[in-house]
Each structure stands twice: as structure tokens, then as C-alpha cells.
Design a protein around this ligand. Structure first.
Ligand SMILES: Nc1ncnc2c1ncn2[C@@H]1O[C@H](COP(=O)(O)OP(=O)(O)OP(=O)(O)O)[C@@H](O)[C@H]1O
Length: 498
């Protein structure tokens, strides 16, 4: 479908503004030689894809302009070889917000209405927006990103200020309680709500856990039952859906990377467009649970632990643990330097792993093969990582087949490998996740890759575990059980804007 109007641009030039094939907008100067009905375009025609338009006023069209300077650079200079320290610029695109202005009242009303219905998700008036901002995430930019990017984009898209409710996060895990309060509000008043998380993976982790805590509490279920009884309905519990907009204001932002969200602007654009995709969580139980041991007076059960990005043990957990205090000085490059140090003094970790209903990746056939229950205890583990997202940070594609939406987790392991083998595999991880495949028949494949809905790991010695970036300690002989959860287990549904 195509439709058009004639308008006068901000320079006083008459232009034909046309929507072509429901895909892009073309703005073409009109002159005497140009026939309006002719589909050919002259050199001054501007083309804007509709998917980048996020706001339309009477005389202004707001859109994002996306460029990939690196691709152009690479075409000129050839592709650079990946090393442990240069991979982070991979695939960075530059997102800029731009506007097209026209002279007052020159854009036709019907044209505006039609264009708006094509590009905007028109459901904004009654949606409440809870905004959770972590002022300390990344380089401390979340609050200014809210004020200068997120809020203006939402306002231009048709939201109004009265719909926004801001919560600032708190350190030391207290954000989870704040998110629980938001969750209780959502579950009890049942207003249409979206939650925007401006932070990194740690912020999203706490928000998701807090909302799940609200669901676990009885308060909202009792209210729902009471209401059903007064209305004479049969008492049933409907599972709620939490809709989250993940705005990458942290340093790693693994979750938004997996959702293929390239920038803050891109994430907000997807919130405005309104398309969502479910994401699944992993329930973690530790035995013994360090929360219970550290707090012997605790009468309540320890809080449930759910993760959405990663659980690791061995090399990766040590990397996260030892890099924690370097973040303010070194940003993400700290991981590269600590990795080199850990490689020098490489450790092997003794343990036993059982995976239920597992599928193994066959690197020769390049497909997953069903194996059923798998038990591994014959060799020590050098590298052990369970992922729900494909990359842990930009360019570090450790679990290339992982997806937030599926009902399984990806397990990536290297057992009893040397530092040379681990280093060689790491370079392939950085080179687009090639570590899972063999280059030729003779090559020994040292990476073991599985998918499973549930696993149990028993560690022989006291160990550090990384749970979505947080380090927890597991005693010698202790176990960690990971299990996929979601609506089919009676848990709430989570969706993110994509
Ligand atoms: N108001 C606050 N002041 C100081 N620290 C805070 C505050 N709110 C949250 N935090 C801390 O911020 C951390 C979570 O940050 P988050 O993980 O979101 O960002 P990041 O570490 O930069 O990104 P990523 O995890 O994606 O690498 C937690 O350690 C949390 O305790």
C-alpha cells in the first residue's frame, strides 16, 4: 500500500511525502520536471524506514538514524584479527535521533493518521510505566539516559508524564524488595503496566526476582479470590504476565545483547512498537544454602534464587569474582586482564554433573542429539558455564545456541584442558562463537555443549559460583540444582520488548 501528501519542508521547499509499500517513507522535492505520480525518485529523495519512526506530530516526524561505521571501515581496510583484548567494538552501530520538520499545518491530517496507525502501537493512554533506574550501573549514566533519551522518546510516541512512576534502585540487593512492592501493586490493582529497567544485568536480575517474590506472596491471590467470590465467579488463579523493557544502561548488558537490542534508543523504540517475546528463568537451589549458614537465626526459608543470564563455576566464576573490584578503574577490559592472569595459574575443579533429558551438540553433524540423562564425573572441570543468553558481553559469544525464550539452558564445558587449549577456544568464542564447531575432521573438539531443562552439580571442594554476576560460596560436597521454570510450572510469565 502506498499513500502520499504534499507538504512544505522547513526550508520552504515543496515536497511529496509518500509511504511506500508500508515499509519506508520517501520525501521528495517537487519541481516542474517531476511528475507526482511517477514512481522514479530524484537524487534528493530521502528514505526513512518506518520501523525507525517513533513519533509523529502535526509538523514533525521523529525517527532514529542507524549507521555502522565499522562495516564501512572494514570494507576499506579488511577484517581485523580477533584477540582477547580487541573484540568489544564488534558490531557496534551508531544510533542517532533525528527529526523531520515541516511548515505548520502542511502535512495532511489523514496522512498523519494513516502513518501513525502504521508505525505506532496505539495503546499508550492507559498503560502505567514503572521505571526502575540504577544510578550506579555502568558508568553511572542511567539517570541522564532517562532524562535525555528514554523519556523524550516516550513522550514523542504519545505517552504522557502522568503515566511515569520512577523508582531509584538501592545497593546491597535491596532493589529486589522495591521490585516486590511494584509487583504487589501490579498484581492487586491489575492496571495495564510495563516495567522499564535502566541498568545492567544485575538490575534486571533483582527486578525479575522481586516481581517473582510478589507473585509468590499470598496477598494478591487472596484479593483475587475475594473479588471472584463477591462477583459469584468460580475461584481460579490466573497466572500474571510481567512485561519488561530492558534498557541497556549497565556495563555487560548480556540480556539486552541476546535480545539483539543495540542501544538505549533501540530498546526504547521496541517498547514503543510494542512487540514482546517471552523469556524464561532458571530456578537455583543450593545445598547447603549459604544464606542459611550465614544467618543461623533466620526463621524464614532463604529467598528463592532465579537467574536469567548465567551460572558458572571454575574459570568463569573466578574471573567474575577477581574482576569485581577493578570495574571502576578498568571497565569491561578488566575481564581480559584477569583472564590472562587466571590462564597462567589454571586450576582444575573436581565435581560430578548430572543433566536430565539432555541433548548434546554434535560438532560433526552440527546438530543436537538426544542423550537422556547424562552423568559426567570422569574428568575434572576447567570451564563450566550455564547460559540462558548467547553472549556474556558484546563479542563474547560463549553459548551461541542459547535463547531467552526456550524451556532449556545451555551448558558449555571444557574438562581437563590445558591453558593453551583454553586460550585457543577463547579466541574462537570471541570470533563469533566458533568454539563449538570443528574446523576439520582431525581437530579434537575440547568443548562439550549440551541443552537441558534441569541439572545437578556436586562440587568436591568449597567453590565460588557466579549467579548472574553475583558471587556465592558453596561448601565442599555441596550441590547446586538448576531447573527451568515458567508458566508450565505455575510460575508467572515474563515478556520483554524486542
Ligand atoms: N543506588 C545505588 N547505589 C550504589 N549501588 C547501587 C545502587 N543501586 C544498585 N546498586 C548496585 O548496582 C549493581 C547492579 O548493577 P548492574 O549489574 O545493573 O550494572 P552493571 O554491573 O554496570 O552491568 P552488568 O551487570 O550488565 O555488567 C549491584 O551491585 C547493586 O548493588
Amino acid at each position: 500500500m502506498s499513500f502520499s501528501t504534499v507538504a512544505v519542508d522547513n526550508l520552504g521547499v515543496s515536497v511529496q511525502v509518500r509511504v511506500v509499500d508500508n515499509t519506508y517513507l520517501s520525501i521528495e522535492p517537487l519541481n516542474n520536471n517531476n511528475n507526482q505520480n511517477d514512481n522514479t525518485q530524484n537524487d534528493n529523495t530521502q528514505k526513512i524506514e518506518l520501523k525507525y519512526i517513533y513519533g509523529i506530530d502535526k509538523d514533525v516526524i521523529y525517527y532514529c538514524h542507524v549507521s555502522n561505521p565499522q562495516e564501512q571501515q572494514q570494507q576499506k581496510e579488511g577484517v581485523e584479527k580477533k584477540t582477547i583484548t580487541n573484540f568489544r567494538t564488534e558490531g557496534i552501530k551508531i544510533w542517532e535521533r533525528r527529526i523531520l520538520t515541516f511548515q505548520k499545518e502542511t502535512l495532511d491530517e489523514t496522512f498523519i493518521t494513516k502513518l501513525r496507525s502504521l508505525v505506532l502501537f496505539d495503546n499508550k493512554d492507559d498503560t502505567r510505566v514503572f521505571i526502575v533506574v540504577n544510578p550506579a550501573a555502568g558508568a553511572g549514566q542511567a539517570l541522564s539516559q532517562w532524562n535525555t533519551i528514554v523519556k523524550p522518546m516516550l513522550l514523542h510516541a504519545g505517552y504522557n508524564e502522568s503515566q511515569f512512576h520512577i523508582t531509584h534502585t538501592l545497593p546491597k540487593g535491596k532493589t529486589r524488595g522495591l521490585a516486590e512492592q511494584l509487583g504487589i501493586k501490579m498484581l492487586t490493582d491489575k492496571k495495564k503496566t510495563i516495567v522499564l529497567c535502566l541498568g545492567g544485568d544485575g538490575t534486571t536480575h533483582e527486578v525479575v526476582n522481586g516481581l517473582s517474590d510478589a507473585f509468590d506472596g499470598r496477598e494478591w491471590q487472596q484479593q483475587q479470590q475475594q473479588q471472584q467470590q463477591t462477583e459469584g465467579e468460580e475461584t481460579t488463579t490466573t497466572l500474571p504476565t510481567f512485561r519488561l523493557g530492558i534498557i541497556p544502561s549497565g556495563s555487560g548488558n548480556a540480556f539486552s545483547l541476546s535480545l539483539k537490542l543495540e542501544s538505549v534508543e533501540h530498546s526504547v523504540l521496541q517498547v514503543i512498537k510494542g512487540k514482546t517475546q517471552p523469556f524464561r528463568l532458571i530456578d537455583v537451589s543450593l545445598d547447603p544454602d549459604p544464606e542459611v549458614k550465614n544467618n543461623s537465626t533466620r526463621v524464614k526459608a532463604p529467598p528463592k534464587r532465579r537467574i536469567l543470564v548465567v551460572m558458572s563455576w571454575g574459570f568463569h566464576a573466578q574471573l567474575v569474582s577477581k574482576s569485581r573490584y577493578l570495574q571502576p578503574f578498568m571497565g569491561n577490559t578488566r575481564f581480559s586482564w584477569v583472564a590472562m592472569y587466571l590462564l597462567l595459574f589454571l586450576q582444575q575443579h573436581q565435581g560430578e554433573l548430572t543433566m536430565m533429558d539432555a541433548q548434546r551438540y554434535d560438532s560433526t553433524r552440527k546438530e543436537f542429539v538426544h542423550e537422556g540423562q547424562v552423568e559426567l564425573k570422569d574428568k575434572p572441570f576447567t570451564y563450566f558455564l550455564v547460559a540462558k543468553q548467547d553472549s556474556m558481553e558484546r563479542g563474547f559469544k560463549i553459548a551461541p545456541f542459547a535463547s531467552p525464550a526456550t524451556e532449556d539452558m545451555d551448558v558449555v564445558m571444557m574438562r581437563d584442558v590445558t591453558k593453551e587449549q583454553l586460550k585457543a577456544a577463547t579466541i574462537k568464542v570471541l570470533d563469533g562463537g566458533r568454539h563449538v564447531d570443528k574446523e576439520d575432521e582431525e581437530e579434537e573438539n575440547i568443548v562439550e555443549y549440551y541443552k537441558t531443562p534441569e541439572l545437578l552439580l556436586r562440587v568436591k571442594h568449597a567453590s565460588e559460583l557466579c549467579l548472574d554476576g553475583e558471587i556465592v560460596y558453596l561448601a565442599a560436597g555441596g550441590t547446586v540444582r538448576l531447573k527451568m521454570i515458567g508458566p508450565s510450572q505455575g510460575e508467572p510469565d515474563f515478556e520483554s520488548f524486542v
